[in-house]
Design a protein around this ligand. Structure first.
Ligand code: ZN
Length: 192
């Protein structure tokens, strides 16, 4: 196991452990402070493009304030993603309240979109119709990130192939004996 040689800096195919907070319109909307830091494979599109680009070259211990424009964040706000649907398409006991985020089953005939679940926010309700906004809640917003790089390691070939990180607990919580047992069973076991 090459656990000693940590990568010097963030580049493609490095597993990054990072603390972050996200501020939008002067309000902290998301933060790893009260939870766990995020762990992701750099270059695999696991985080938004603008953030991924801005952390390239950072080292362990580095802190950075990063401003991400909507086009490199959650996209521009699209008026065409706001749709009115007849109220009677909802179950009569459905709580139709503006601000409520709901999951909508796509009705596209296309196989590609079959069983596609889409997130929407109810933005208006009247006697006949409900107005749904399919934009991401942070669409059109400038994102202010504060990040701190906690750890870096090389990705395994399997992680690079899969495009995501495999269970951190695997290497930390198992001793050699456990590894042998797992190898006999199925070494491809991992969290997704
Ligand atoms: Zn995998």
């Amino acid at each position: 196991m090459e656990t000693e040689n940590k990568p010097n800096l963030i580049e493609e195919n490095i597993i990054v452990t990072m603390n972050y907070s996200l501020t939008v319109d002067n309000e902290v909307v998301d933060s790893s402070e009260d939870g766990d830091p995020i762990v992701f494979l750099q270059g695999a599109g696991q985080i938004i493009p603008g953030l991924e680009k801005a952390i390239n070259g950072l080292k362990i211990g580095d802190k950075k304030h990063i401003v991400v424009s909507p086009e490199e964040g959650y996209g521009e706000y699209d008026e065409e993603s706001v749709v009115e649907v007849p109220k009677d398409e909802f179950p009569s006991d459905f709580p139709l309240e503006p601000g409520l985020e709901i999951t909508v089953q796509s009705e596209e005939e296309d196989d590609e979109f079959e069983d596609d679940m889409m997130e929407a926010t109810i933005i208006a309700v009247n006697d006949e119709t409900v107005t749904l906004d399919f934009n991401h809640p942070l669409a059109g917003k400038t994102l202010n990130f504060d990040v701190e790089i906690l750890d870096l390691r090389e990705a395994s070939e399997e992680e690079i192939e899969h495009g995501h990180v495999h269970g951190e607990s695997f290497s930390f919580h198992f001793d050699d004996e456990d590894f042998e047992e797992l190898d006999e069973e199925d070494s491809s076991n991992h969290k997704h």
